[in-house]
Design a protein around this ligand. Structure first.
Ligand SMILES: [Zn+2]
Length: 199
């Protein structure tokens, strides 16, 4: 598994926040920092996104809009994990993102038939941001919110919603094995250092 590949499969809002994993030098990467990166990431999420959102080529406006939602979700999640009050600005940001692209059921006449077509009003970038803001509200207000955890690996900041309370890692291949190997060497280091294993 490529450690630089985005972690996907958590609720959309968590996957979004997880596009900023920690780098080895303690900084944070951005896996959706450019339109092509965002295109790849949206393609990986395509099966749970409305067609209007993933069936077009993302632009810089999409990156900016999604970064804003990500920052708001990140701020609320940070407060949630610390048991503190989330910043009002972040809460307002998530409302505004949805208000910029409300979902409507359009009644359309096609091939002699009336049909309901779900779509969002607003620019394509606003529609994209609204999809993620809406998911964030659902996840953060739902029964799973209290279960959201940060990966236990020391240098990992990724978040997940465990289906089982014993889950400790964002991914067993990404952090579980790595941490087990590190602990193994930690345990055996003193013996190696005083020469007992060298003879
Ligand atoms: Zn991890």
């Amino acid at each position: 598994m490529d450690e630089r590949a985005p972690l996907t499969g958590e609720p959309l809002a968590l996957d979004l926040v997880n596009t900023r994993p920690a780098t080895p030098d303690g900084d944070r990467a951005d896996l959706i920092g450019t339109p092509p990166q965002l295109a790849d990431w949206l393609a990986a999420q395509a099966d749970r996104l409305p067609a209007e959102v993933h069936e077009r080529v993302p632009t810089a406006a999409d990156v900016t809009a999604l970064h804003a939602v990500r920052a708001d979700v990140d701020a609320v999640l940070g407060a949630l994990l610390h048991g503190t009050r989330p910043p009002a600005e972040a809460l307002r940001g998530l409302s505004e993102a949805q208000a910029a692209a409300p979902r409507i059921n359009e009644l359309a006449f096609h091939d002699g038939q009336l049909r309901a077509i779900a779509r969002r009003i607003g620019t394509p970038a606003a529609a994209l941001a609204a999809v993620f803001a809406e998911d964030a509200v659902e996840v953060l207000s739902g029964p799973g919110a209290a279960k959201i955890k940060r990966c236990e690996a020391e240098d990992c900041v990724l978040l997940f919603l465990p289906a089982h309370p014993r889950r400790r890692w964002c991914s067993p291949t990404r952090c579980g094995n790595r941490t087990r190997v590190a602990r193994y060497y930690q345990r055996h280091k003193p013996a190696a250092q005083d020469g007992r294993l060298s003879g």
